[in-house]
Structure formats: C-alpha cells, structure tokens
Write a protein that binds this ligand. Structure first.
Ligand code: 5AD
Ligand code: SF4
Length: 452
C-alpha cells in the first residue's frame, strides 16, 4: 500500500510516559515512521496520528493515560480521520478494552511491534477497523533501527530489553517480555555514529542492564568496548540489578576513566523477609555488603536507589529495617514509591494489597524525610570540591547554567558563556539536598581553546 493509493495526514504527534526505555522507544518509533514518509509534529491539532507511548509500572501512570485518552475525545470528534494509538507497556492490558465499543483508541502496539506501525496505521485508515499487535518477541532488539534525531547532550542507547527476574511486584516481565541482548558490534556501531554526531555522553539502557550478555560477551566488556570509542567521554548505565555485579564490572567502573562513578542500586526493601517475598534474590546483609564493597573499590562513588514502602504483608518493624539500611548505606539520592498493585504479578495473585494507604503514606513521609537529611549530608561533603561538569543548559533561575558532574549530581553556576556539551570546572560553594551550587573556574575563552 502506498501513500498515493491512500493519502492521509501523515503528521504524527507522539507523547511519552514512563522510563528512559520508553523515551528511547519513542525515538525508534519516530525513526520507523520517518522511513515511511511520515513527518513529526509538536502540534496535536495538526496531527493525523496521535500516539501515546505508555507506562504501566504504577497505577498512577496507568490512570494518566486513561485520562489523556478521554481528553482526546473532543479532538477525535472534530477530526474524524484522526488515528489514536497506544504504544508501550499498557498495550497488553488494554486489548480487551479496545475491542469493546468506542474506546477512543484505534490501534494498540506492544513494545516489540513498532516495525509494524506503518502497515497498521495504513490499515486503520483504509478499513476503519481497530488494529492491535501485542506479541512479545524473544529476539526483537531493533538493532536495525538507529534513532537519528536525538537531542541534548546525552544519548540513550538500549543494549538489552525485557526482564527475566520476576520480582513479584513488577509488571515489566508481562509488558516487555523475555530478556534479550543486542550484538555488541551493533551497539558499538551506533555509539560511533553518536560520537560522530557530537555526543560526548552515552547512557546504556536496559530493564536489567547489567545482565547484558551476548554469547559470553558481558556488560563489563561492553562498557570497556564503548569506552574505546573516540569522542565519547562519559558512559552511564541504568537500571542494574544488585545480583549482576561481578568483580569484573566493579573493576571497570573503578578504573575506566570514562565509566561514570555513579551506580543506581535498587534496594526495594530493607528486610530480608520482604526481599524474599519480592523475589529479589539477596538478603539485607548481602545488599549492605555489596554497597560497602562498591564504596571501597570506587572512591567518590555516588550511590542512588529505588525503594518501595507498603509491599503486601510488610510490618512496621520490617519497614523500620528499610529506614535502617538506608541510614547505614547513606544513598546520595533515592526514588521512593508506595506499593501499587499490578494485575498479573505474583504479589497480586498470592499476597493481595494488605497495607492500608494511610500506612503507606505515613511510611513514605518518614522515608522521604530521612533521605532528605542524608542527601543533604552527602552533598555537604562536596563543599569546596571542584568537579568537571558537562553543561546541559540553562538552570531554573535566570542567569544560571546547569550541568552534571561525573556522579550525575546537578551542578548550578553563574552563566559564564558555556554552551551545552562543554566540559567546565566548577568549585562547589554551597549545596541543597538535590543540587550543588558553585563557581565556574573555566573561562569562556578557555572552553573555546579547549574545544579547538
Ligand atoms: N509498586 C510500586 N513501585 C514499583 N516499582 C516497580 N513496580 C512497582 C509497584 N508495583 C518501582 C521499583 C522499581 C522502580 C522503577 O519502580 O522501585 O525499581
Ligand atoms: Fe513503565 Fe516499566 Fe514500561 Fe518503563 S518498562 S514504561 S517503567 S512499565
């Protein structure tokens, strides 16, 4: 079917919810559509196709998308030919709703079906029938679709997809399927192209990024291989699982100057009993020992984490263990969540949602308060230190710029004429729990000279 046979409005508007993997996937979708003569637009009014790339990780992400679909109702009424599509992690559980009456949605494509989108859109256009494609693949890595139009100073690059861990709270194995890794040669080729486009920082992405393995080529080797590419100065990765940190990977992070000294190490809970119920495969003691080993091996390491409060059956005493572990490890920052029951997970099937919402909220407040103090304490240790900062752009306040140091901490300083992508030195004068505030030591002339 060609454009000539069925001319339709080929302007696509894409909205992305959820994690960085979804942001990356939206780039893949843009690339697939661009190759099929679609153009992208920032205006939903002029779009012929509106795609929402959705997230299912917690109930509020889920609700946001439902509300958005309802909100698009009037636009659909005004523009009868408008095609609304749902992509991503909500695809799986939306199929039933889609098939029932006027759902406000014309097509649904799961995370492994994006190459089929042009054909699906054409079909909806021609037949007026709803389309869905949800099959999860054991092989699809989109190795042949390099997104070409990335912005900013950091390029995200998915090196593996899916997850085989089956943490009992998590919907990802259901929405994204089995774990699979990309051929390292293909990853290297993409990073070389990114470097040629001027990117100095790449972030290797995966639902379980450090379980990357391609025929015996593991994640430590991948970081080393990427670090050999000229022009790439900083390598980050997210999100890892504590179970996949062999000594060789810690060695690489410790000794490779391009590997950023920041590890996101999701704790999830501090009690070994709860960790077991979550199927995390480590105990409280093993986690703390790993964090200590990391700090010993990697001086200046920034450690961040994810934590859930109110996992079903979590008692007050078990929650206090989470407070204790976080106090002991002293993460630089933490993402904290109230447990949110997801359909199809083992926790939902076997445990229910037993902790009342008020209790979850109360635990959250305690945790957030403690973490604020710890983050502030950790940041205060940086006062007087000088960091190399990769400039990202303007800060919230006028006349100030912001960037990040190697540890991924946000650094704000007075505008000295530096541009996004410049590396400059900043001495830290004061801090908040989330930000380092400092003085740029590198002058604009020095930056330009450095660049030449
Ligand atoms: N409820 C609350 N938080 C969750 N996460 C994943 N699933 C759930 C859930 N059902 C959190 C975990 C994970 C982060 C990305 O989201 O902490 O690491
Ligand atoms: Fe949300 Fe997880 Fe899907 Fe990312 S992979 S969009 S966090 S459900």
């Amino acid at each position: 079917m060609t454009d000539k046979d069925h001319p339709h409005n080929r302007k696509v508007y894409i909205e992305t919810y959820g994690c960085q993997m979804n942001e990356y996937d939206s780039e893949i979708v843009r690339e697939v559509l661009r190759r099929n003569n679609y153009t992208l637009t920032d205006s939903q009014e002029e779009a012929g196709v509106i795609l929402l790339n959705t997230c299912a990780i917690r109930e509020n992400a889920h609700q946001k998308v439902h509300a958005r679909v309802r909100q698009l109702g009037p636009l659909r009424k005004r523009n009868e030919k408008l095609i609304v599509g749902i992509l991503g992690c909500m695809a799986q559980n939306l199929k039933k709703e889609l098939l029932e009456g006027d759902s406000g949605v014309d097509l649904i494509a799961g995370p492994d079906s994006y190459k089929a989108l042009p054909v699906m859109i054409d079909r909806v256009h021609v037949t007026g029938e709803k389309e869905y494609k949800l099959t999860l693949s054991e092989y699809e890595t989109y190795a042949d679709v390099f997104p070409t139009n990335r912005h900013g100073i950091n390029a995200w690059i998915a090196v593996m997809r899916g997850c085989d861990n089956y943490c009992t709270f998590c919907v990802v194995p259901m929405t994204r399927g089995r774990e699979r890794s990309r051929d390292p040669f293909n990853v290297i080729e993409e990073v070389k192209q990114l470097s040629a486009q001027g990117f100095k920082q790449v972030t290797l992405l995966g639902q379980n990024v450090n379980s990357y393995r391609f025929k015996g080529f593991d994640f430590a080797k991948l970081i080393t291989a990427v670090s050999r590419i000229d022009g790439i100065e900083r390598i980050r990765f997210t999100s890892p699982h504590p179970k996949d940190f062999p000594e060789s990977l810690l060695e690489v992070v410790a000794t490779n100057p391009k590997a950023c000294k920041h590890i996101h190490l999701p704790l999830q809970a501090g009690s070994s009993r709860v960790l077991d119920a979550m199927n995390r495969t480590y105990t409280r003691e093993e986690f703390v020992a790993l964090a200590q080993r990391m700090r010993e091996m990697i001086p200046g390491l920034v450690l961040t984490t994810d934590v859930i409060v109110g996992f079903p059956t979590e008692t007050e005493v078990e929650f206090e263990e989470t407070l204790e572990v976080m106090h002991e490890v002293k993460f630089d920052a933490a993402f904290m969540f109230k447990y949110s029951e997801r359909k199809g997970t083992l926790a939902q099937r076997n445990l229910g949602d037993t902790v009342p919402d008020e209790v979850k909220t109360d635990r959250m407040v305690q945790l957030v308060e403690q973490q604020r103090r710890i983050s502030y304490e950790r940041n205060q240790l940086h006062v007087g230190e000088t960091f190399e900062v990769l400039v990202e752009g303007e800060a919230k306040h006028k006349g100030q710029l912001m960037g990040r140091n190697d540890g991924n901490k946000i650094v704000v300083f007075s505008d000295n004429g530096a541009r996004p992508g410049d590396f400059i030195k900043v001495k830290v004068d004061e801090v908040t729990p989330n930000t380092l505030i400092g003085t740029a030591l590198t002058t604009t002339e020095a930056i330009r000279k450095f660049a030449v």
